[in-house]
Write a protein that binds this ligand. Structure first.
Ligand SMILES: Nc1ncnc2c1ncn2[C@@H]1O[C@H](COP(=O)(O)OP(=O)(O)OP(=O)(O)O)[C@@H](O)[C@H]1O
Ligand SMILES: [Mg+2]
Length: 361
């Protein structure tokens, strides 16, 4: 078990800043995910933790000890990459055992550990297969077993599922979560897939341009995004331009003709005027009363439909319809939309920072 502390980390590539000043704390046994768009610095940061990248400023500590100058081999780290990186001429078992050979673990103990590691990823029956005789998912299981068998202090995974098809990705992320949980190893996981991040993580750091935008549990990040970037990156959202007004000591936003909502938790009590309101699609539903809208189109997705409608303001709003009578939502149909106010987040239109949220009805 290992606690990781990153303090004021800076990374430059030939004078170009990739990570200006990054601080994070990752707890013992935590499943911690770095999430962000391509090029935001996820791999860069993971490689700094592993010791493969130079560090231009700040410190990395494991359990309070600064390890900046410790070579990768002495950091006791297990790594899993996107492209499995198995030795093609070695069986699954030999691949898993490779790290034990270099650590001079006695044969009998090594065999037992290899068997346990293969068992933990449900590959015990395929120990004799060569990588070329295994599916992508099976190869990635072996890669995970190989990372775990050395009993590392820290497990680092860089997009380990991105070469797998959608169904296998879901299956494998459950395996990864389960194996990590059983082993209790502090894990830093990298992905640009927000759904995957939500499914596996204890906490997530959302990154953009080398800067951490927010750190929190999946629910905190989804329900209380710190800024517009996080709201748009994590799941879908409708951003509506509105005015925040004060009435009888209450901050309100008019969502549509005659439909106002109260907002609460104002960061600056003097906030008023132009704001952006983030409305998640699942917070909107067809109702007898609410904001008037006209259906634009509907996409049937099996368990539900995704509907796009136009508001009186001319803005488009997207929502989900779970009822089986969704065939009544033909283009041109006029309807009213109820909005669950506690799911709303209000942003400053210029900085994009969260300034308030919808009050519970
Ligand atoms: N070896 C390198 N030399 C110069 N610049 C680099 C190098 N590696 C990464 N960069 C730059 O640093 C930034 C962060 O890259 P990084 O690979 O960490 O992104 P990432 O978040 O892992 O993206 P992806 O999701 O595409 O893997 C990018 O602007 C990238 O171009
Ligand atoms: Mg990367």
């Amino acid at each position: 078990m290992t606690r990781i502390a990153l303090q004021s980390l800076r990374k430059e590539y030939a004078g170009q800043v990739a990570i200006p000043d990054l601080s994070l704390e990752i707890g013992d046994g935590e499943f911690f995910t770095l999430l962000g768009p391509s090029g935001c610095g996820k791999t860069t940061l993971l490689r700094m933790i592993a010791g493969f990248n130079s560090i231009e400023g700040g410190t990395i500590s494991f359990d309070g000890t600064v390890i900046n100058d410790r070579p990768p081999a002495e950091r006791n780290i297990g790594m899993v990459f996107q492209n499995y990186a198995l030795f093609p001429q070695m069986t699954a078992a030999k691949n898993v055992g490779f790290g034990l050979q270099t650590r001079r673990i006695p044969r009998a103990e090594a065999d037992a550990r290899i068997a346990r590691a293969l068992e933990s990823v449900r590959m015990a029956h395929l120990g004799d297969r060569l990588p070329g005789q295994m599916s992508g998912g099976q190869q990635q299981r072996v890669a995970l077993a190989r990372a775990l068998v050395i009993e590392p202090a820290v497990l680092l995974m860089d997009e380990p599922l991105s070469n797998l098809d959608a169904k296998l990705r879901v299956e494998m992320r459950e395996t990864i979560r389960q194996v990590q949980h059983e082993a209790g190893i502090t894990t830093v996981y990298v992905t640009h897939d927000q759904e995957e991040a939500m499914a596996v993580s204890d906490r997530i750091a959302v990154m953009n341009l080398g800067v951490v935008q927010q750190v929190g549990t999946p629910a905190e990040i989804y329900r209380r995004p710190a800024n517009r970037f996080v709201a748009e990156f994590i799941g879908k959202t409708n951003l509506l331009e509105r005015d925040l007004r004060w009435q009888d000591g209450r901050a309100t936003v008019e969502m549509g003709p005659g439909v106002s909502i109260d907002v609460t938790g104002l960061v600056d009590p003097a906030t008023q005027g132009r704001v952006q309101v983030s409305v998640r699609p699942e917070a909107v539903s067809v109702a007898a009363e609410g904001v008037p809208a006209e259906v634009l189109d509907e996409t049937f997705l099996g368990s539900h439909s995704q509907v796009r409608a136009r508001l009186a303001s001319g803005e488009m709003i997207e929502f989900l319809e779970f009822s089986q009578q969704s065939s009544s939502l033909k283009p041109g149909v006029q309807l009213r939309l109820a909005i669950e106010t506690h799911q709303l987040t209000v942003f400053d239109p210029d900085s994009g920072a969260s300034v308030a949220r919808g009050a519970s009805a």
